[in-house]
Design a protein around this ligand. Structure first.
Ligand SMILES: N[C@@H](CCC(=O)N[C@@H](CS)C(=O)NCC(=O)O)C(=O)O
Length: 216
């Protein structure tokens, strides 16, 4: 490959931040396309031609391959460029790593939808507070499960002392909580992990630039 240059579509306050951290931690060459979700730019025909799902993020490889799903993009980049952000297939921690990554993207990330997009799930406007409350209760419950995972690993990271991309993925999801400071005060393992992740200079820089480092 002559020059490895990716094209990366993302939007602020989205899961697109997780692969962006991987791109930056890896020092990879990419051109970033910022989409304003609030303005509906992710539904523009030009973007739908790239990703017909109309969701962010999307990575286009130097060879022109389109890759969607934040977890898949993160893992793809780490493995293709040997970034060491994921245990390799022959390492003992591989299975646990995959379980954690799938749990974060399938369960915790998805559980945020009723809270943040209550209007899509509610019967009508009057029903939205109920949907939001149920959504938040589920988000809380799942964070409790992650806290238990951190107790098992011994921390500070989900794989113990080994940092991997599931930790930055988790940190991004923590920022989606309506009251991250309160969440972290109630979960010491989450707090320790969040602080360890966000004290990595590249992560801190990327999250700050995206204005997604809450005061906790
Ligand atoms: N499973 C997908 C979910 C992508 C997704 O839902 N992205 C949200 C932002 S976090 C989005 O584009 N929302 C716009 C919408 O639903 O209209 C992934 O992890 O990449």
């Amino acid at each position: 490959m002559a020059e490895e240059r990716y094209r990366y579509y993302w939007g602020r306050r989205t899961i697109g931040l997780a692969p962006l951290i991987v791109l930056e931690e890896g020092g990879l060459g990419y051109d970033r396309v910022d989409l304003d979700i609030a303005k509906g730019e992710h539904k523009d025909p030009a973007y739908l031609a790239v990703n017909p799902k109309g969701l962010v993020p999307t990575l286009v490889t130097p060879e022109g391959q389109v890759i969607t799903e934040a977890a898949a993009i993160s893992l793809y980049l780490s493995e293709r460029h040997d970034l060491g952000l994921a245990p390799s297939i022959d390492e003992a921690e591989r299975g646990r790593f995959l379980s954690l990554l799938m749990f974060l993207t399938n369960s915790l990330q998805t559980a945020h939808k009723p809270y943040h997009w209550a209007e899509r799930f509610a019967r009508d406007a009057a029903d939205e507070p109920r949907v939001r409350a149920l959504g938040l209760a589920e988000v809380e419950r799942l964070h409790g499960l992650v806290e238990a995972e951190l107790a098992t690993s011994g921390g500070p990271f989900l794989l113990g002392t080994r940092y991997s991309l599931v930790d930055s993925y988790l940190a991004v999801l923590i920022t989606w909580h309506p009251e991250p400071a309160s969440l972290l005060a109630r979960h010491r393992g989450l707090e320790r992990c969040f602080r360890a992740v966000t004290s990595r200079p590249v992560v801190e820089r990327v999250m700050r630039a995206a204005d997604e480092l809450p005061p906790v």
